[in-house]
Design a protein around this ligand. Structure first.
Ligand code: SF4
Ligand code: SF4
Length: 377
């Protein structure tokens, strides 16, 4: 098959954070040390070679960047300082932009000006929305559900969920087609091909679910440090998923004027999610500031945007809780608006177009590989 070559690929990828790939001389050391690389899906050397020769199509069809969990082992042993671990990270950003049919991801990752503008623009829209449509401001007691009626917020949450799911699933469908390949490919390989039976897709859904819920491949590199990172990652993911479900599906139980009893499961889940998010984001923040670990040495602007938005969302959530405990109505309403002005841009931009989408793409890549393996067997 003819491979189309894009001579400007290496330059293009610099904007996604791929800085040192040109220095790689293809010794294969990185692939040899990578505990997650297999015979069927060897990496990172192979994809680095693709980007060096400008094989953009081959990169698009490669699931390998999603199989790397960035332990940094390969970067530490690379004789050319090509930083293969960070190259894989940059490729995940690049692929996220390639899967995105709406072009937002590309703008978000390649232009810091757009990134800041998009965050501020959505935040301003949310602020204006509250300014124009907030309910009565009751100052005698905390009446958050009067100020922002939970049934209205719940409806808006569900509408937002539908829109974000549409974007994310459209992009995920494109990713699936890219990884599974077109039917002609199988014919060329001499495989009799009648499409993938639905039973295989359904039968392997457990792979998707188990990897999505546990992100267990993360600890496959085996080092102590990698295990710590996996825990931080799992805390962020579980904390965020719990808050997301509480806010989008169970808001009328979660958003209360009074404080729920300490043993109430909704309050306990809220505490767990807050702790998990605060610990996970602070761990990553500290790591990126200190830069002592290989995986935190380089930070793309989108890494900072993600962490700052997530940390501030958590922190303002805690402040709202304290303002309510101290019975401070005006502080509660003000903090609530600020909280929404941070949380909503993060959701709108990060879930379908940036870092949160990775949470789906990683297990999806593993699932698609399993489906492909069974279908071609
Ligand atoms: S990235 Fe480094 S270790 Fe990997 S093939 Fe290139 S030079 Fe060798
Ligand atoms: S960062 Fe770790 S998982 Fe990723 S390619 Fe390098 S050694 Fe493998």
């Amino acid at each position: 098959m003819a491979t189309s070559i894009d001579p400007g690929l290496l330059v293009q990828l610099k904007k996604y954070g791929v800085k040192d790939a040109a220095t790689c001389f293809n010794c294969g050391n990185c692939t040899a040390v990578c505990a997650l690389s297999t015979e069927a899906t060897p990496f990172p050397r192979k994809v680095i070679r693709y980007l060096q020769i400008g094989a953009a199509d081959k990169l698009l069809h490669s699931p390998e960047p999603w199989l790397c969990y960035y332990c940094g082992e390969c970067s530490e042993t690379c004789p050319r300082d090509a930083n293969p671990g960070e190259v894989m990270m940059g490729l995940r950003r690049y692929l996220t932009a390639r899967y995105d049919r709406f072009g937002i991801s590309r703008l978000f990752y390649t232009s810091t000006v757009f990134e800041i503008f998009a965050i501020l623009f959505i935040a301003a829209l949310v602020g204006l929305g509250f300014y124009a449509f907030h309910g009565p401001i009751i100052t005698g007691r905390v009446a958050l559900n009067q100020f922002a009626a939970s049934h209205v917020i719940e409806l808006l949450d569900l509408a937002m969920l539908a829109v974000l799911s549409f974007f994310l699933l459209t992009n995920a469908r494109f990713m699936a087609r890219a990884i599974l390949g077109d039917p002609n490919h199988y014919q060329r390989e001499g495989i009799q091909w009648n499409g993938i039976p639905l039973g295989i897709y359904l039968g392997e859904l457990k792979v998707l679910l188990s990897h999505f819920l546990t992100q267990k491949k993360f600890k496959g590199c085996g080092s102590k440090e990698q295990r710590r990172q996996w825990i931080a990652h799992l805390l962020i993911m579980s904390g965020y998923s719990i808050i997301f479900i509480l806010v989008v599906v169970f808001l009328r139980w979660f958003q209360h004027d009074g404080i729920l009893p300490i043993w109430n499961p909704v309050r306990l889940l809220g505490y767990y999610a807050t702790f998990a998010l605060l610990y996970g984001t602070t761990y990553a923040f500290w790591g990126r500031l200190r830069k002592t670990k290989t995986v935190y040495k380089y930070s793309h602007s989108s890494d900072w945007a993600f962490l700052i938005l997530l940390w501030l969302t958590t922190f303002t959530g805690i402040l709202i809780h304290f303002a309510m405990l101290l019975e401070m109505p005006l502080a509660t309403y003000t903090l609530y608006v600020i909280h929404m002005m941070i949380a909503i841009p993060m959701l709108v931009l990060e879930v379908p177009f940036a870092k949160w989408a990775h949470l789906l793409y990683r297990p999806l890549a593993l699932y698609l590989l399993r489906v492909k393996e069974r279908a071609t067997a």
